[in-house]
Design a protein around this ligand. Structure first.
Ligand SMILES: [Zn+2]
Length: 260
């Protein structure tokens, strides 16, 4: 079966593997570096997009030098830079922070009435149940409004992320159709990842999007899966070695940086 395309059967059968195999595992979170490191300006990672895609076809993150927001849908990596315009990028690009999985929905829910960010998150929480597991989330449908932001490519010496986000370009899209995907991270993992919801958006025409800060949706399909299996690749770089990963007010800083 070498070199054959990944099928659902491959995904399921590989869940029985010994963890050494590169075969995809459904609903396992693969993460490079940590949110606390990104916050402390560790903007260069060692993982290429080609390597990242070996671990998932669904996810989000950013690029080396903090050069835009990343969304991964159906195995395609897209980069949102200023103006929120989406572009496909070469697999040789690297990422300092990304989270991917092979998303296999466990529950599907048809949303037929408008939801705010708060009511949508409450709905996902109730569908997922266990607050102490990660969850992968995908909503496909109509939005009354989506607010996104992107980040700019940074030059060395790298500024702290709280300085970067003060100048972040934002985009408001109204009456738009698209896909919002991402993860819910349990509170005790704050700093490793972003506690709570971290969602990125891609329009149906695949031309615009970014890191979601606010939204109101109208109707569509919600899919969720719980995640209890994590693999975190920590960088062996000097930047990471020198980073302060346990600063005071970590949660507040992440809230400001991620707009959650
Ligand atoms: Zn983001």
């Amino acid at each position: 079966m070498k070199n054959s395309p990944v099928t659902d059967m491959d995904v399921r059968s590989s869940a029985l593997g010994n963890g050494v195999s590169k075969k995809p595992v459904a609903n396992r979170l693969y993460q490079t570096s940590t949110m606390a490191a990104l916050l402390d300006a560790v903007y260069d990672g060692e993982t290429t997009l080609d390597e990242l895609l070996q671990y998932g076809n669904f996810g989000l993150g950013t690029f080396n030098a903090l050069d835009g927001e990343m969304i991964v849908t159906e195995g395609v990596v897209r980069q949102f830079r200023a103006e929120g315009l989406a572009a496909e990028v070469p697999g040789s690009l690297k990422t300092p922070f990304a989270c991917v999985t092979y998303f296999e929905p466990e529950k599907t829910f048809n949303i037929d009435r408008p939801q705010t960010k708060e009511s949508f998150e409450g709905l996902v929480d109730s569908l997922v149940g266990n607050p102490n597991l990660f969850a992968a989330v995908r909503f496909t449908g109509e939005f009354e409004r989506v607010d996104t932001r992107t980040v700019f490519c940074q030059c060395k010496p790298y500024p702290h992320m709280l300085e970067v986000v003060k100048k972040q370009p934002t985009l408001t899209m109204e009456s738009v159709t698209g896909t919002m995907i991402g993860f819910r991270t349990p509170v005790y993992m704050q700093g490793v990842n972003v506690a709570g919801y971290h969602l990125h958006f891609l329009t149906e025409d695949q031309k615009r999007g970014g890191h979601v800060t606010e939204y109101r949706l109208v109707r569509g399909q919600l899919e969720v899966a719980t995640i209890s299996n994590l693999e975190i690749k920590l960088p062996r770089t000097e930047q990471f070695a020198q980073a302060n990963l346990n600063p005071e007010h970590l949660s507040e800083a992440i809230r400001i940086a991620e707009g959650g």
